[in-house]
Design a protein around this ligand. Structure first.
Ligand code: HAM
Length: 448
């Protein structure tokens, strides 16, 4: 048997329905925040990630899936979304638009050759968004609060927002010098990678997975103490806006992020439930004012965020969040003879084109087995076609919950179903608790 590659997942059945539901909620929230969808290629030139994400980051030095294509070009499966979005922003001259800032979001698979474990995959999906073209601290606060709001709308309660600031170039350089001074006397205690990082990018030592528990890490200088006045004031403003939006957060100086492109605000959101597991950071992001210029575009400030979709799904499961996944169909049409079967084919098609979820039988089952199939699909209504009824242009329709039966004219079927299904939905809506109502509002208001 050929099996799936290590660190990948098949998503199907109820899990796929949950993914679809969560994606739909994300789409709808993004629409409210005026973000447009962007899709970029799964593979990009290797150089993009070296220049964009950084030569000294783990994901570029150790974790990329690289290949040479048949034309001899060096390609890499994207390990994250920001570099590709920025490449597209520059290549398509989106900076020329008067509509600023540019707000883009995505929900795409990424590839990192990591050691797989629960919540850590080699093919991972991220939903993320980038707000390009504003340096206003309000945009930092909005990007953070948007992440929090998506998690809240989905029903996550136990999340913790950690924020920090790396400051501007001057602050970062001061901090870099302080780190070198701190770690240099302990160089022999550090792992081989960290020894190399000391000269190339000492900030990366702070997210070393080997040395993380050593005393020298715990006593390392904190970014926040090296911010110049301007950077400090900017960070204060971000916090003020977060307070206005009632976003709860903690300033956590250990958040430095694993990618090279950040400056000023950085943040991570973790699942704050004991026992959730080591991979409890469900999302992270920050400001990257230098990247667009570094990749050949005009100097343009930007900030963004990405969340591990797989980790988010684990968190929802862990918190027992009842996602309002639709696991039923509206109607199952049953038939016995060929004439009725043809009518079933006609009616199924017609009703689907009018927006209903309709099924019929494709296995020439007995009527009894068709009823069983209708039950398996949680069909809300059933119609058993009958040649005599059809001659009168009528059908007998049954509500499978209340068992009530009605004989109605085929011409009135669409109106009948619309009315009955919305009455049923209202009943469910009124019987759900307040939190679920909020979620449903978010997912259903487009259809209303
Ligand atoms: P990142 O922190 O590398 O940031 O990844 C964002 C999120 O993706 C993580 O917080 C985690 O939830 C999830 N994730 C990362 N690696 C894995 C993995 N191997 N398996 C499962 N989930 C994983 C970025 O990717 C930046 N591009 C975020 C950003 C956007 N910054 C600015 N704009």
């Amino acid at each position: 048997m050929i099996t799936k590659p290590k660190g990948t997942k098949d998503i199907y059945g109820m899990e796929a329905k949950k993914w679809q539901y969560v994606s739909k909620v994300i789409d709808e929230v993004m629409e409210k925040y005026n973000y447009d969808l962007i899709r970029t290629p799964v593979f990009e030139s290797t150089e993009l990630f070296h220049r964009g994400v950084g030569e000294t980051t783990d994901i570029v030095t150790k974790e990329t899936y690289d290949f040479t294509d048949r034309g001899g070009r060096n390609m890499t499966l994207r390990p994250e979304g920001t570099a590709g979005v920025v490449r597209s922003y520059i290549e398509n001259k989106m900076y020329g638009s008067d509509d600023k800032p540019t707000k883009l979001y995505y929900n795409m698979p990424m590839y990192r050759y990591e050691r797989p474990q629960a919540g850590r995959l080699r093919e991972l999906t991220q939903f993320g968004y980038e707000l390009i073209g504003s340096d206003d601290p309000l945009s930092d606060a909005e990007v953070i609060s948007l992440a929090v709001n998506i998690y809240k709308i989905l029903g996550l309660k136990k999340i913790k927002v950690n924020i920090n600031s790396l400051g501007d170039t001057e602050s970062r350089n001061n901090y870099r010098d302080a780190l070198v001074k701190h770690f240099k006397p302990h160089i022999d205690d550090l792992c081989d990678d960290c020894r190399e990082r000391l000269n190339k990018n000492p900030l990366r030592i702070l997210d070393c997975k080997i040395d993380c528990d050593k005393e020298v890490m715990k006593t390392a200088p904190k970014t926040i103490d090296y911010l110049n006045e301007e950077s400090k004031n900017r960070f204060e403003k971000v916090k003020e806006y977060l307070d206005v939006m009632a976003v709860e957060y903690e300033v956590n100086p250990s958040v430095v992020r694993g990618l090279d492109y950040y400056n000023h605000t950085v943040f991570e959101i973790e699942v704050n439930v004991e026992g959730f597991g080591a991979q409890n950071v469900i999302g992270g992001g920050g400001r990257y004012n230098g990247m667009i210029n570094q990749l050949g575009g005009p100097v343009t400030p930007a900030i963004g965020f990405a969340s591990g979709f797989d980790r988010l799904m684990l968190a929802l499961e862990y918190e027992n969040v009842n996602l309002l996944v639709n696991d039923s169909i509206d109607l199952f049409i049953l038939y016995v003879n060929e004439e009725e079967k043809k009518y079933a084919a006609y009616l199924t098609n017609e009703l689907r084109m009018n927006g209903f979820i309709v099924e019929t039988d494709y296995l020439n089952r007995s009527l009894k087995s068709q009823f069983k199939q209708a039950d398996r699909l949680n069909s809300k209504y059933t119609i058993v076609l009958n040649s005599c009824d059809l001659k009168r242009n009528e059908v007998k329709i049954k509500n499978n919950k209340s068992k009530q039966e009605d004989i109605i004219s085929v011409d009135a079927l669409i109106y009948y179903l619309e009315e009955k299904l919305s009455e049923d939905e209202l009943e469910i809506y009124e019987n759900t608790n307040h939190d679920l109502k909020n979620t449903q509002e978010c997912t259903h208001n487009k259809e209303e």
